[in-house]
Design a protein around this ligand. Structure first.
Ligand SMILES: *[C@@H]1O[C@H](CO)[C@@H](O)[C@H](O)[C@H]1NC(C)=O
Ligand SMILES: *[C@@H]1O[C@H](CO)[C@@H](O)[C@H](O)[C@H]1NC(C)=O
Ligand SMILES: *[C@@H]1O[C@H](CO)[C@@H](O)[C@H](O)[C@H]1NC(C)=O
Ligand SMILES: *[C@@H]1O[C@H](CO)[C@@H](O)[C@H](O)[C@H]1NC(C)=O
Ligand SMILES: *[C@@H]1O[C@H](CO)[C@@H](O)[C@H](O)[C@H]1NC(C)=O
Ligand SMILES: *[C@@H]1O[C@H](CO)[C@@H](O)[C@H](O)[C@H]1NC(C)=O
Ligand SMILES: *[C@@H]1O[C@H](CO)[C@@H](O)[C@H](O)[C@H]1NC(C)=O
Ligand SMILES: *[C@@H]1O[C@H](CO)[C@@H](O)[C@H](O)[C@H]1NC(C)=O
Ligand SMILES: *[C@@H]1O[C@H](CO)[C@@H](O)[C@H](O)[C@H]1NC(C)=O
Ligand SMILES: *[C@@H]1O[C@H](CO)[C@@H](O)[C@H](O)[C@H]1NC(C)=O
Length: 310
């Protein structure tokens, strides 16, 4: 029996390390993305470097309060962007989600001057123009194909839940613009709801944004679960708890600035797993994650390289 060549052992060690490195502790659940803007920026342009600087500043800053908007560069090459983490995300998760979003969005939307990427855990929106004072209307709607057996009662409860959540958010003087709640539908089942606005919105505009998307959510009111997102607000309900009851802690005064973010290289390829164009609404919710799949593809590529080297 031949001993396993030492070089192969080395390679497999390297492979294991690579696996650990490419496999993040947190796998963020991909929702959708929009590539916006009429024109593309060119590689190595000032805008590109401002955009990458923006992506480097967002994670560390967003991890402090769960939200951050920033502007990089000078006119006419300014890059504007924001990160909004879901209200239950802890500092580290928010930081990591923002980092992954910054990396992935350049793969999904190469050279786009403006784009939005939604994960369950965070939202990234950037543009070459100032957008912080407007309500974004690029909408993503996902619903579960399975319908409830008691649609009248269920619709009624979803409506109550969403109305209650909107009022809670809009009345909340903390301006956290995030609320979750569980409501009983019958003796055995509950509906879990979540609404959130990006924190650049004022309360009136948050209210308007939520009103708009909740009416779209109601179109699929017979579904056991549905979610709708724009670049400015989100609403979702499910018949299982999909959020953490613990809310992101209010911003503590940071004693030390967080360490600089090391930025991973962009993923090799998005094309095999890229989603259908955004013009084809709505998508169907399933629990699988494009992000996870894409990482598996990366790992597989590494594996192939190693096998070939052996
Ligand atoms: C921008 O670039 C993408 C891919 O690089 C391409 O598919 C798209 O057509 C370009 N858009 C414009 C407006 O040039
Ligand atoms: C936060 O944003 C500021 C302003 O863009 C930037 O100078 C700083 O480096 C960022 N902080 C972190 C931790 O990334
Ligand atoms: C963030 O957005 C607010 C408006 O919501 C704006 O006043 C502020 O200048 C923005 N910050 C940066 C760094 O762009
Ligand atoms: C919200 O609405 C006001 C007018 O009510 C408007 O001036 C403001 O720019 C809007 N945008 C945001 C992000 O609040
Ligand atoms: C679910 O209900 C909608 C109407 O609300 C109907 O159009 C759809 O066909 C139903 N789906 C299933 C799988 O029964
Ligand atoms: C309770 O509500 C759920 C969700 O609408 C439904 O699937 C289930 O059949 C209901 N159970 C009873 C006992 O009515
Ligand atoms: C939402 O519902 C809860 C429980 O029924 C209630 O205590 C609360 O006052 C409601 N909030 C609003 C703003 O309607
Ligand atoms: C604030 O909450 C109350 C109930 O507590 C509700 O009647 C009212 O509509 C809410 N305000 C807004 C702006 O939604
Ligand atoms: C909820 O938060 C707690 C503490 O912040 C954490 O230990 C737990 O893993 C979280 N659960 C989920 C489902 O995210
Ligand atoms: C999605 O996952 C949750 C648990 O994480 C499970 O309860 C639910 O049934 C799943 N939904 C679908 C449509 O598979």
């Amino acid at each position: 029996m031949n001993p396993v060549p030492f070089s192969c052992l080395c390679f497999f060690l390297v492979f294991s390390c690579a696996l650990l490195l490419t496999n993040p502790v947190n796998a963020f659940i991909f929702v959708d993305y929009y590539c916006l803007g009429d024109t593309n920026y060119t590689a190595n342009s000032p805008f590109e470097s401002n955009l990458y600087e923006l992506f480097r500043s967002l994670p560390g800053n967003a991890s402090l309060t769960g939200f951050y908007n920033d502007t990089k560069g000078t006119s006419p090459d300014q890059a504007y962007g924001l990160i909004q983490c879901r209200g239950d995300q802890e500092s580290q998760e928010c930081h990591d989600c923002a980092g992954v979003a910054g990396t992935d969005i350049t793969g999904y939307c190469p050279n786009s001057k403006s784009a939005i990427l939604w994960f369950d855990e965070c939202l990234l929106h950037y543009s070459d123009s100032w957008f912080f004072s407007s309500i974004d209307i690029n909408e993503v709607l996902l619903y579960n194909r399975q319908n409830v057996t008691n649609p009248d009662l269920f619709r009624d409860r979803v409506g109550q839940l969403m109305g209650n959540l909107s009022s809670t958010v809009v009345n909340d003087t903390s301006k956290f613009l995030y609320a979750t709640r569980e409501i009983g539908v019958n003796e055995t089942e509950s509906i879990y709801g979540l609404v959130q606005c990006t924190r650049n919105l004022n309360r009136d505009n948050c209210s308007n944004c939520l009103r708009m998307i909740i009416s779209d959510l109601a179109v699929y009111g017979d579904s056991i679960g549905a979610q709708v997102h724009t670049g400015s607000c989100s609403a979702r309900y499910e018949i299982y708890p999909f959020f953490n009851a613990t809310v992101f802690p209010p911003p503590p005064p940071p004693a030390l600035p967080p360490p600089p973010t090391s930025f991973p290289p962009p993923p090799e390829s998005h094309s095999p797993l890229s989603q259908p164009p955004n013009t084809q609404p709505p998508n169907i919710v399933d629990n699988s994650s494009g992000f996870l799949l894409r990482f598996s593809a990366t790992q597989f590529a590494i594996f192939l390289v190693i096998v070939m080297a052996c």
